[in-house]
Ligand binder design. Structure first.
Ligand code: ADP
Length: 274
């Protein structure tokens, strides 16, 4: 399922004194099965962009193409319900949305709501546990008895239980310790590789963008200012520096080495520290 943004503009609170343009001139293509990282400052439009991916927001102007579905300003949100299954969004701190009495019920909530028989949903929940790194005994526990990291894994399992074709991750490791961050990022990478899941990662971490993504999209003040492979983006870090993003020292250092000694570093990203 390819994703294409064509001349998308999004304004909040149109025709009111609070009107605010959050996206403009957004043109972007995301190929089915790719892993794309979106980077940019707070307020650059990342969250507005990702809410267009499953119809939570509609463009004020322009079109968003998700597979064969076209989202415009005109389409009524109820027609977009099937998209909620195809595109799973892991919002920031997704564990805040847990609410059921047991982990099993929480994971099954989405599929059951979409008409999947309960037994089938339960089977899926059990199968998902090892994938997200949880033991089977958590199923009968209250999500609120678990640690923060485990709760996040339950919330992620709930998104995966919908068997999405595209998964959107909005800072999925925020608030986790380094080990937890690494485990979650590696888990999503495995899923991307094994299930050919199109993965869209919104992140502040240049390291994660460099390490996992095939393509990086740089957003600034409501539009895309640069796209490219990690190699292309970090070979010319000036755009990132000009808009005030923190480029890791390791990348800048390698870039300097390259300039000073003419050493061609095949991919500055591959040698970055863990
Ligand atoms: P990011 O995710 O990169 O931080 P956002 O998409 O949240 O960026 O915000 C883009 C712009 O839209 C910002 O100027 C922000 O203030 C504005 N904005 C975001 N959400 C709303 C909203 N619900 N109402 C009004 N303005 C908003």
């Amino acid at each position: 399922m390819d994703i294409v943004f064509k001349d998308v503009e999004h304004r909040y609170h149109t025709n009111t004194p609070f009107e605010r343009r959050a996206l403009y001139n957004m043109n972007l293509s995301i190929a089915s099965g790719s892993y794309v990282a979106i980077i940019g400052h707070t307020g650059s439009g990342k969250s507005t962009l990702l809410q267009h991916l499953n119809g939570l927001l509609q463009p004020t102007n322009g079109t968003v193409h998700i597979g064969d579905q076209i989202i415009t300003n005109a389409k009524k949100p109820k027609h977009l319900k099937p998209l909620r299954k195809k595109v799973g969004i892991v919002f920031q701190f997704p564990e805040h949305q847990l609410f059921e009495e047991t982990v099993e019920k929480d994971i099954c909530f989405g599929p059951v709501n979409f008409g999947i028989p309960e037994e089938q949903a339960k089977k899926m929940a059990r199968e998902l546990l090892p994938l997200v790194g949880l033991p089977e005994e958590v199923l009968t526990k209250s999500p609120f008895e678990l640690s923060g990291g485990q709760m996040r894994r339950v919330a992620i399992a709930g998104v995966l239980a919908m068997e999405p074709e595209v998964i959107v991750l909005d800072e999925p490791t925020a608030g986790l310790d380094p080990q937890g961050r690494k485990e979650i990022m590696e888990m999503f990478y495995r899923l991307h590789q094994e299930k050919k899941l199109t993965t869209i990662l919104v992140t502040h971490s240049m390291e994660d963008a460099a390490k996992y993504a095939d393509e990086i999209v740089v957003m600034h003040r409501g539009t895309v200012v640069k796209t490219g492979t990690p190699k292309e983006i970090f070979r010319e870090p000036n755009t990132l520096l000009e808009i005030g993003l923190d480029v890791p020292e390791t990348i800048l250092f390698q870039k300097k080495l390259e300039e000073k000694f003419g050493v061609t570093i095949d991919s500055p990203c591959l040698t970055m520290e863990e």
